[in-house]
Design a protein around this ligand. Structure first.
Ligand code: PLP
Length: 451
């Protein structure tokens, strides 16, 4: 439907280059204009409510209209609206947040570096990997491995690590030295009669072969989301990370856990690394760190890594990396308040209580003719739509089944996200069981209308 002249939607078409959008379809139909939010719902410019079952972009964990976050931002803006962390200066609140995050780390971590987005945190980790290996006098150990279907961001480094063809195609990516190994999606990639355990063993063996083929002296780091998010909410087999980490250890390859989606309770533990037994050398976080209310991300590094960075920067004169808004005081104040709310309201306990209902709800659609697999953990999950359940045959890309389902859901007042043919759900962590039932009704109706 073409938007009315002078409406917000038509002005948007005329003025705004949208991120992550089919620009042709946008130019025809215009965007959904969202005006305000309350709890787990957002409202469009005609006042229609939608259950936001994606927390925006996997981030608004406390839902919309959380007054304490508004107040925390306003208070900090009045006190100190901006200061920076360059040349040995720091806002006090940035120190408070760094300490708080270190106390929450799943393995001992030494220092926190702040940035503004997940992509920047990942690029920082990548640059540190290179910096470290220069300091360690092994300049050839610079290659990094990520996985097909990984999502790590869109800057040049993070998009190179991302394992989705659309993020590379015609952007002249990935950059040299970024390699991709298997995606741990059992439903899609297991061989006939292969158990999950055997599948995980084969993937670890393939990783070892890749490292050996490249030369272990050239491979520096492995980047992984505990649960792959934008690649389709892919939950790895139970023993996958244990097997992968044994290989990484054997060849002195660092593990960087990308907790941008999993961090802060999404998988029913504080970190995805706890749910899937990762022991990372560095870890990235963003999104739910501030409940999405302000941009902020962080990278935590181990003592060993910090010591080398410190010593190397002493030799070079300065650690010449950082963003104007690294450790922005207002973002830090909002993040601190977010963490305080998680603790005071026992959000983790709440997620543990309601997530079985959420996972049951998804798995009830297993019998639906369109659904090949229902998967997830905690409060994140996906339905994979297939043309043929028995053969697991996918729809042709031109069919756009995921986009069709999203449109149907939107008509039913439900926002979900299509990731290829998988429909992702990642609702605010404050969701109740009644609201999960409400999602089920709307999702079921959208599935029936799409079939
Ligand atoms: N890493 C993961 C796991 C993500 O899901 C995302 C974004 O969705 C990113 C990194 C990139 O974060 P940003 O979009 O804030 O740059």
């Amino acid at each position: 439907m073409t938007p009315q002249a002078n409406s917000t939607a038509s002005r948007d078409i005329a003025s705004h280059l949208h991120p992550y959008t089919n620009l042709e379809a946008l130019a025809q139909n215009g965007p959904l204009v969202i005006e305000r939010g309350e709890g787990i719902r957002v409202f469009d410019d005609e006042g229609n409510p939608y259950i936001e079952a994606m927390s925006g972009l996997w981030c608004t964990s406390l839902g919309w209209g959380e007054e304490r976050l508004v107040e925390a931002a306003a208070r900090q803006m009045r006190r100190l609206g901006f200061y920076h962390c360059f040349t040995a200066k720091v806002p006090d609140v940035t120190v408070d947040l760094a300490e708080r995050l270190l106390a929450l780390a799943p393995v001992p971590m030494s220092k926190v570096f702040f940035a503004n987005s997940g992509s920047e945190a990942i690029d920082t980790a990548l640059k540190l990997v290179w910096y470290l290996n220069n300091k360690r006098a092994r300049p050839e150990k610079k290659k990094v491995i990520a996985r097909h279907k990984a999502y790590h961001g869109v800057t040049i480094g993070s998009a190179s690590l991302t394992g989705l063809p659309l993020n590379h195609r015609d952007f002249d990516l990935p950059i040299k030295g970024v390699l991709h190994t298997d995606c741990p999606h059992y439903y899609r990639f297991a061989e006939a009669d292969e158990s999950e355990e055997d599948f995980a063993t084969r993937l670890a063996r393939n990783l070892e072969k890749l490292i050996l083929d490249e030369g272990p002296e050239t491979v520096a780091a492995f980047f992984a989301e505990p649960v792959m998010g934008a690649g389709g909410v892919i939950v790895p087999p139970a023993t996958y990370f244990q097997k992968i980490q044994a290989i990484l250890k054997k060849y002195d390859v660092l593990l960087i856990a990308d907790e941008v989606i999993c961090g802060f309770g999404r998988t029913a533990n504080m970190w995805g690394s706890e749910t899937f037994s990762l022991k990372p050398d560095m870890m990235t976080m963003a999104k739910a760190l501030s409940s999405g209310y302000l941009p902020i991300s962080a990278l935590m590094v181990s003592e060993e890594i910090y010591t080398d960075v410190r010593e190397h920067s002493a030799t070079l004169g300065t650690f010449a990396h950082g963003f104007t808004y690294s450790g922005h005081p207002v973002s830090c104040a909002v993040a601190l308040e977010t963490l305080k709310i998680y603790e005071e309201r026992n959000i983790l306990g709440h997620v543990r209580r309601v997530s079985p209902a959420f996972q049951d709800m998804l798995r009830r659609y297993r019998d639906h003719p369109l659904v090949g697999e229902a998967r997830g953990v905690g409060l994140v999950g996906a339905l994979e739509l297939v043309r043929d359940k028995s053969t697991r045959e996918s729809f042709a890309p031109a069919d756009g089944v995921g986009a069709r389902l999203v449109t149907q859901a939107q008509k039913n007042g439900l926002i979900v996200r299509a990731l290829g043919d998988s429909i992702a759900l990642s609702p605010p962590l404050i969701i109740t069981e009644d609201e999960i039932s409400d999602i089920a009704r709307r999702l079921g109706a959208a599935l029936d209308a799409t079939a």
